[in-house]
Design a protein around this ligand. Structure first.
Ligand code: HSE
Length: 438
């Protein structure tokens, strides 16, 4: 059978990795796909031929639109990233009848509904395994491996840069900015690193996971997003004393009143496997009704790990080129006409437990005031940790762990506590998840 012809947009970290993996494993990949997969045309502004042996045999230009218009190509791989011109290129490729493989989480999370509808009309596939958790085949698992299940919730460490920063802060006491600079040097961080540290990258990925889990349209704009830039070494160390680790989690859960979509730093018990996922590694924990919990772990970023997912998508597309469009695995796991309009819950309606750190004046009655406010708000306290005041200091740090409560109630209680004359500054709040059972 004739090889499948592929056009590549971008020869950077992931594009270069994709080229090299396809070259190196060409024979094995052809045995799996049933035919060869050949990159014949690429668009790149900047690339390093020294690290791409064989690149001289393919047509390369700076014109990405030239690639999507190339009539010889069956599949276009978009590895440019960002919203535009990636969206325009992908839509043009689809309009030209080409299948698309992309690693672009920002594009899928924000324009996926439009892109999938266009692909549906044209009878082409858009594959995006590399968009979530790099090399971990989590999209394959959700769309196919778990298709017997009703999924209850997903909690994932889905940003390697953020996890690397939190791990280094905990293990080596390093400063936030210093670790971020290293992640940038290693090629893990997004072009705009605020996407990593403020949770936007994780929110893109979570929007995709939520849609795949619950069969709802992509709704990135409804993801509650909080980054790790305000996590201090102090909180990391108090969490540890209480038997928890702080991880930056993306959580999506089906509840009786809607779907939660939230990204925020989270205390999780240190005995959970996912609490021990360190460095740039990613992990996604899926809780489903029939299988129970399953955990997917691996490299969430980097050249060849991400290329592994891109090439797997190419094999998938190559295998199904001859299948009727209606018999293919649906883009969002559920048939397009069977998507549900379950509401996405506002953060105020989400229930979680909390870790709170506050700075209180060292005088009688302060603790009584705090506990009264919690009692009035119907919030149950699970643990209290109070440090002895440092010599000469008039204030003490108080750490509280609460039981699960609706965020709205907690906002009211925190507002009242911050209003006490005996409390200094703001109350630090980090949500707590036990990640067990339902
Ligand atoms: N910046 C991302 C991360 C890259 O650190 O996980 C992979 O999406």
């Amino acid at each position: 059978m004739k090889p499948v012809k592929v056009g590549l947009l971008g020869l950077g970290t992931v594009g270069g990795g994709t080229f090299n993996v396809l070259q190196r494993n060409a024979e094995e990949i052809a045995r799996r796909a049933g035919r060869g997969i050949e990159i014949s045309h690429a668009a790149a502004r900047d690339y390093d031929p020294a690290h791409l042996p064989g690149i001289e045999h393919i047509q390369i230009s700076e014109d990405a639109f030239g690639v999507v218009e190339d009539p010889e190509l069956d599949i276009v791989v978009e590895l440019i990233g960002g919203y535009e011109p990636a969206r325009e290129l992908v839509l043009k490729a689809i309009a030209n009848g080409k299948h698309v493989v992309t690693a672009n989480k920002a594009l899928i999370a924000t324009h996926g509904n439009e892109i999938f509808a266009a692909a549906q009309r044209q009878g082409v596939m858009v594959a995006f395994e590399a968009a979530v958790a790099g090399g971990i085949p989590i999209i394959k698992a959700l769309r196919e491996g778990l298709s017997a299940n009703r999924i209850n919730w997903i909690a994932g460490i889905i940003n390697g840069t953020g996890n690397f920063i939190l791990t280094e802060m905990r293990d080596k006491g390093r400063e936030f900015a210093d670790v971020l600079a290293e992640a940038q040097q290693l090629g893990y961080a997004e072009a705009d690193p605020t996407f990593d540290v403020e949770g936007i990258d994780a929110a893109h990925k979570l929007a995709i996971l939520g849609s795949l889990a619950f069969g709802i349209p992509l709704q990135f704009d409804k993801v509650y997003t909080e980054g790790i830039s305000r996590i201090t070494g102090e909180d990391v160390s108090y969490a540890e004393q209480l038997g928890y680790r702080i991880k930056h989690l993306g959580i999506t859960r089906r509840t009786g009143s809607g779907v939660e979509l939230r990204v925020h730093p989270t205390l999780i018990p240190d005995r959970r496997l996912i609490a021990n996922v360190d460095g740039v590694m990613n992990a996604v924990l899926v809780h489903a009704d029939a299988v129970g919990p399953t955990l997917y772990y691996g490299a969430g970023a980097g050249s060849e790990p991400t290329a592994s997912a891109v090439v797997a998508d190419l094999v998938d597309v190559a295998r199904t080129l001859t299948a009727d469009p209606e018999n293919r695995v649906p883009h969002l796991a559920f048939q397009p006409d069977a998507l549900s309009d379950l509401p996405i819950l506002a953060m105020e309606d989400v229930e979680t437990a909390y870790y709170l750190r506050l700075c209180a004046q060292d005088q009688p009655g302060v603790m009584a005031d705090i506990t009264r406010i919690f009692g009035d708000a119907g919030i149950s306290i699970e643990a209290i940790l109070q440090q002895e005041p440092q010599e000469g200091e008039q204030t003490v740090t108080v750490i509280l762990l609460t039981r699960a409560v609706r965020e709205r109630q907690m906002n009211t209680a925190i507002g009242r506590i911050e209003g006490l004359d005996t409390i200094e500054g703001h109350v630090t709040r980090i949500r707590v998840e036990h990640l067990s059972g339902q």
